[in-house]
Design a binder for this molecule. Structure first.
Ligand code: SER
Length: 317
């Protein structure tokens, strides 16, 4: 029997493309998209959609009962930069939505859960290069704290209640469909849009700030592969390190400039610089590679070519 899936936060940067992929894999009617509002009309009109507040347990429960849902992807969250502006809201949304979903899974009504963690679980005391799977996690952002605590609860619900929850520590994700919102790694998306629209970009991080990043297609592949893996092969129930590429604003600028020689950049670091400085520059994801055969396809230059060609089409349409 095909699973019935609910995506919470389906209008967001990752939710949008994840929903599309899940519908390809499981059939449009077997994937219910949901979000707090209808901000992404293309997604809203592409298949079954529900308005859903991820902070409302009864609303999630009713939606799951009505649609006979057995699998949830919980993609709703306030990210690192927004979380610093609205700490209590970030804590409220990020933690309560997770508890609601884990508690539903604990009753047996939901069989499988995906919940994303982030490189934001790491902090200034974490080894910066090739950050190991198991290491010091002393995050300094509210977002990072919610993800670190969330990881502990995921593992706890797996150990104590047998909940099949799976998670990835996403690096910065680069995509050309829905825009990211409120993250520190968002510059690596904005830069492509501004290159096409304006031919120039003012970057809010300094030129030598190296961060772990990944093209959306790789992030989606990782997510669906992890969810399809046999339960016995999953040795990490907190969250898997995952890595593809690491680059600085200067590296991405040069990659774009190779395609668009007129492109220029200036640097004006703001409060997000301190967040970026607290995160690793590269990640050791050997456990994910071993457990469920993770590997990435896109490097910086192949990603740049794809981003520029897709965005050119978008802006000339
Ligand atoms: N992309 C996220 C952020 O910058 C990290 O998970 O907040």
């Amino acid at each position: 029997m095909s699973s019935k899936i609910l995506v919470i936060g389906a209008c967001g940067q990752i939710g949008t493309e994840l929903t599309t992929k899940l519908r390809e894999l499981h059939g449009t009617d077997n994937v219910i998209a949901s979000d707090i509002n209808t901000r992404n009309l293309e997604l809203v009109n592409a298949g079954p959609f529900e308005i859903l507040d991820a902070k409302n347990f009864n609303a999630i429960k009713d939606c799951c009962v009505n649609h006979e849902i057995d699998t949830i992807y919980l993609m709703a969250a306030l990210l690192s930069a927004t979380g610093e502006k609205y700490p209590m809201e970030a804590w409220d949304l990020n933690m309560n939505s997770l508890f609601h979903v884990l508690n539903l899974a604990k009753t047996g009504q939901i069989k499988k859960v995906f919940w994303p963690s982030s490189i934001a679980v790491f902090g200034p005391t974490t080894p910066r290069e090739n950050t190991p799977q198991h290491t010091i996690c002393e995050p300094t952002t509210v977002y990072g704290i919610t993800k670190q605590v969330g990881e502990r609860w995921c593992e706890y619900y797996h150990e104590k209640y047998g909940v099949d929850v799976r998670s990835i520590r996403y690096p910065g994700i680069i995509s050309h469909k829905a825009m990211p919102g409120g993250g520190t790694t968002d510059y690596a998306v904005e830069i492509y849009h501004e290159a096409i629209k304006e031919g120039k970009y003012e970057c809010f991080l300094s030129e030598d700030t190296s961060l772990p990043m990944m093209f959306m297609d790789d992030a989606i592949k990782a997510t669906t592969d992890l969810m399809a893996a046999p339960s016995e092969s999953i040795s990490i129930r907190s969250s898997y390190n995952l890595s593809a590429i690491s680059f600085t604003p200067k590296d991405i600028f040069e990659s774009i400039k190779a395609e668009m020689p007129e492109f220029t950049i200036t640097y004006q670091p703001d409060f997000r610089q301190a967040i970026a400085d607290s995160w690793p520059s590269s990640i050791d994801d050997s456990v994910a590679r071993k457990d469920w055969n993770w590997s990435h396809d896109f490097d910086l230059d192949t990603m740049t070519k794809e981003m520029l060609s897709q965005l050119k089409k978008k802006y000339t349409a």
